[in-house]
Design a protein. Structure first.
Length: 590
């Protein structure tokens, strides 16, 4: 490797400026990149308090020559580039010569190194800018960096750090990213003496499996595609295996772990018509782009890049995923068809309903198949009423409108039709259940004991750092609602019981969704989202008794006429209206 040199002002002025070290995970990111650039095959990381008190990272890479060690921690000092032109063809992860200097400036830094071929290494200690020790050391080849008391000299910055657990989760995310990109390198993470992650050197396939987890891995489709001088390879999840957040999406450009708008847009587009709007596929995407087609010098933490030809990159990713999904679909199409026939034996071809269409609540799709209700009106949606929200008729009369021996029908597995005195009521089953759940939740938060249904098989759910944080914030709220949850491992929870009113547990997807909601919000917003996600969906077939119970529960709530979002839960159509529509009579009732 070239010697470390101070960049000339001409070059350093061209480096994207800004805050390099924002939190422990940014220091770890920089230090891992340095070790990888040095060819390390083993990187071990030790933390105390989520890296806020102590970070030590040790590698077995090439090491820094003793004579160059003081220069390594100077700003704009690097062995990786020297001229302006080099910036446009960077082949290493680092290039600014800024990382170590930035870490030194905000911590107590110790760096120890022994270069291959040197007998004795060297150790330097700093307290921010001040050198406090300089001594020879005996150690293995490679570099060891210790960062203590991050932001000890910047209390205002220190205040912005989150809990140790929260910082740890961000660190894990960084390590997982680089672990995917460098499967041949072993990674070990210990926190306060406890092993958290241990990834032995492996193939990409094995690494993806260990990082994403075996269950998710089995749903991934490998992909590979080339367009011009750019290639992409990686893994994408099948369209029926999605998550409530983007946490399992990893993008790499020339092995650099990045976030990128163009890439995630292309991924969204590839899945657009296949999955619901609020679901996200798991993606591990490696782009190999000629270095002069991508600018890595656009973001102070190197977290983003800019492509010379964004359109082409977008097309490449879109085609790669579409091709992979297509491959999977064609091999599955016959299976789906034959399964469908076995459920609905009968003459003629069957149309396989697409996800999201009315009628998607098929047996096996997760919706209860209770099926004794009478159905009317299939296939005709052009029926139009001058309907009136029921609330306009006065709350006190609502229940008295029901005729004895009420009759219930379900329309399109979405609406409940009830004959009442002087007309009919149409209830939106989802909105109604939302209102019931919201009401019940508020009562539970007020201290009423929830009815819990124990899960036959407790579910383990792995959460993203943000979801976990949200879970921690909401622990007591969730418990009041009737969720029986225990923390389980570093970022997983074990769910033993759920509120009995919940209809949409969906193997834990429900919790992922309510914890994964974008953005922070108050308790009320949380309850709305909980009610919405847990409520019976449109497309769920209901038995007569279920419709009756839903209606009764709805009228037992404080505000039966609207859902928590303010939309109506029911509409009334009067006989007069029907008569008028059928031109029967100029009704005297009106
Ligand atoms: N773990 C390591 N093993 C070997 N050399 C290292 C290691 N860490 C740092 N160095 C040397 O120290 C120099 C300075 O490191 P530093 O991370 O500050 O800058 P950089 O990697 O060149 O650029 P960047 O600021 O983009 O990370 C590197 O260029 C490299 O020569
Ligand atoms: Mg670096």
């Amino acid at each position: 490797m070239a010697p470390i040199q101070k960049l000339t002002p001409e070059v350093s002025a061209k480096i994207a400026a800004g805050e390099v070290i924002e939190r422990p995970s940014s220091a770890i990111k920089e230090l891992i990149e340095n070790s990888l650039d040095a060819g390390a095959t083993r990187i071990s990381i030790e933390l105390v308090e989520g890296g806020k008190a102590f970070i030590r990272i040790e590698d077995n890479g090439g090491g820094i020559p003793s004579t160059e060690l003081p220069l390594a921690v100077e700003s704009f000092s690097t062995s990786k580039i020297s001229r302006v032109e080099d910036i446009s063809r960077v082949g290493t992860l680092g290039f600014r010569g800024e990382a170590l200097a930035s870490i030194r400036a905000v911590s107590m830094l110790t760096i120890r190194s022994r270069r291959a071929g040197e007998e004795i290494g060297r150790e330097l200690r700093f307290r921010a800018e001040a050198l406090t020790a300089d001594a020879p050391v005996v150690r293995n080849q490679g570099v060891e960096v210790t960062v203590e008391n991050l932001f000890f000299n910047l209390p205002a910055r220190k205040k912005f750090l989150r809990s140790p657990q929260s910082e740890l989760r961000r660190i894990i995310a960084v390590i997982q990213g680089y672990a995917l990109s460098f499967p041949e390198t072993g990674f070990l993470l210990r926190e306060s003496g406890r092993d958290i992650l241990s990834y032995p050197p492996s193939s990409l396939r094995e690494r993806v499996e260990i990082v994403l987890g075996g269950e998710l891995f089995t749903s991934l489709i490998p992909l590979a595609y080339t367009l011009g001088r750019t290639t992409v390879h990686g893994y994408a999840s099948q369209s029926d295996q999605t998550r409530a957040n983007r946490y399992m999406q990893f993008y790499f450009v020339n092995r650099r772990y990045i976030k990128d708008r163009v890439l995630s847009h292309a991924v969204n587009q590839a899945y657009e018509s296949l999955i619901p709007r609020d679901r996200f596929p798991a993606i591990v995407l490696f782009l190999d782009v000629p270095p002069d087609d991508v600018d890595v010098n656009v973001h102070p933490t190197k977290a983003e890049v800019r492509f010379r030809n964004e359109g082409e990159i977008h097309r490449l990713v879109l085609s790669a995923i579409a091709e992979a999904l297509q491959r999977k679909v064609s091999s599955f199409a016959e299976t789906v068809e034959s399964v469908y026939r076995s459920i609905f034996p009968g003459p003629g071809a069957v149309a396989v309903p697409r996800r999201g269409e009315a009628g998607a609540g098929l047996p096996g799709s997760g919706a209860p198949w209770t099926g004794s209700a009478q159905e009317i009106g299939e296939g005709d949606r052009t029926f139009e009423f001058h309907e009136t929200p029921l609330s306009l008729f006065g709350e006190e009369t609502a229940k008295s409108l029901f005729t004895p021996g009420k009759l219930y029908w379900q329309l399109h597995q979405s609406f409940i039709l009830i004959q009442i005195r002087g007309g009919m009521v149409i209830i939106d089953q989802h909105a109604a259940h939302e209102r019931i759940l919201f009401d019940r939740a508020r009562v539970n938060l007020g201290g009423a004991k929830p009815v819990v249904q124990s899960l036959l098989f407790p579910a383990t759910i792995e959460l993203s750092p943000d979801e976990y944080e949200r879970y921690e914030e909401l622990t007591s709220v969730l418990a009041s609602l009737g969720f029986e949850i225990e923390p389980f491992g570093i970022r997983s929870i074990l769910v033993r019981g759920i509120p009995a009113v919940v209809q949409n547990w969906d193997d834990g997807r429900l919790l992922e969704e309510i914890l994964g909601g974008e953005g922070r919000s108050g308790i009320d917003e949380f309850l709305k989202s909980y009610a919405c996600r847990s409520a019976i969906k449109a497309g769920t077939k209901l038995a007569s008794e279920e419709m009756e119970s839903l209606t009764d529960q709805l009228f037992a709530t404080d505000l039966p006429y609207t859902c928590p979002h303010g939309r109506p839960t029911m509409l009334r159509v009067s006989l007069g209206e029907l008569e008028r529509r059928f031109a029967r009579t100029v009704s005297a009732k009106r």
